[in-house]
Design a protein around this ligand. Structure first.
Ligand SMILES: [Zn+2]
Length: 335
């Protein structure tokens, strides 16, 4: 990635502003809202059906304006990036935007926050910057989906993935660095001494044959001797996994392609989860890029849950409902 300080997000008509990062306003704001209690957010938005982490499903604030049937999982709230409500429908966009605005303002002016006037001002500037970037990103999405279209078929053509998914776990694990301790398992294979076997070195996993010992792995690496997939045990965040609950499999590729071509992120692999989504595995970006991604990804209808250090992701090769999770793209240079 060259010249990180001056990324020109052409499509958004936006140039990354290093001041935001250096002054830390955005980071401060995002970090403080990330830790807000779920009860507080519920007090503002009403009942939320929480999934893991800071993600939940809500009734869309613009549901009355939906032009097709509203389903229970159409509208998501994320707390891990910038606090963001995102809806599958388009007709409610204005209402959703207003709701995002009042949610963030409510979180900023929380009564239990004892902020000086200067801090309050910094926070307000941060929100304004955030909203500007978010709006630009949201408006650019339809064009991105059209101009950067990259369906699964095209990924397969461009990549060097062999057809037998039984070897796909190895291909992904090879993308880690020598000596990395990597976790593989079921979601709850963590926390007890007996889970130690789920934390092995890259080389040990590569020496093993057969399908992976669970459907999940983690894009972060762990400290030697770990048996718990906790934030404290994370050594390095090697990859940022981008996925979307709201975009179709053949749509989300456009976001991957744009991040790759225009933001300069290094896309290493794309995993078909044998469910509804694709996971784009990117090399973990530098801090200034990351900062803006926390705002842009939710606006691109992508799930910012993967910013969490120890978040699991689907490993290719493993079976899910009788179907293989598999690689549909692997960067030729790392293969
Ligand atoms: Zn909606």
């Amino acid at each position: 990635m060259t010249n990180q300080k001056n990324i020109d997000y052409e499509l958004l008509n936006h140039t990354a502003n290093p001041d935001i990062v250096e002054k830390g306003t955005m980071s401060d704001f995002l970090d403080s809202t990330r830790n807000e209690s779920k009860q507080k957010v519920e007090a503002i938005l009403g009942q939320i059906d929480w999934c893991e982490g800071g993600k939940g499903f809500i009734r869309c604030p613009g549901a009355d304006e939906h032009t097709s049937a509203t389903k229970s999982k159409d509208t998501v709230i994320y707390l891990d990036g910038a606090p963001t409500i995102s809806c599958f429908h388009q007709s409610c966009a204005k209402k959703v935007q207003e709701a995002n605005r009042s949610l963030r303002r409510a979180l900023v002016t929380g009564e239990n926050l004892d902020l000086s006037k200067a801090d309050m001002k910094r926070r307000n500037i941060a929100i304004q910057n955030l909203e500007r970037l978010e709006l630009k990103t949201r408006c650019a999405l339809p064009r991105m989906l059209r101009d950067y279209r990259w369906p699964v078929e095209a990924m397969l053509k461009e990549s060097c993935v062999e057809t037998d998914p039984a070897n796909h776990a190895h291909l992904l694990l090879e993308c880690f660095s020598e000596g990395d301790i990597i976790w593989v398992g079921e979601r709850y294979d963590s926390g007890q001494e007996r889970h130690r076997r789920h934390f092995q070195s890259r080389e040990d996993w590569l020496a093993r044959s057969g399908l992976p010992i669970g459907p999940l792995t983690c894009p972060s690496t762990f400290k030697e001797g770990s048996y718990s997939r906790s934030n404290e045990n994370v050594l390095e965040q090697r990859f940022l996994v981008v996925e979307s609950d709201l975009l179709q499999k053949n749509e989300v590729g456009a976001v991957f392609r744009w991040l790759r071509e225009k933001v300069g992120m290094h896309l290493v692999a794309v995993v078909d989860t044998a469910g509804k989504s694709l996971h784009g595995w990117f090399r973990y970006p530098p801090k200034d890029v990351l900062e803006e991604l926390r705002i842009m990804l939710p606006a691109l209808k992508c799930d910012p849950g993967m910013f969490k250090k120890a978040q699991p992701a689907r490993i290719p090769g493993a079976l899910r409902n009788g179907e293989h999770q598999r690689l549909v793209f692997l960067d030729k240079e790392v293969a």
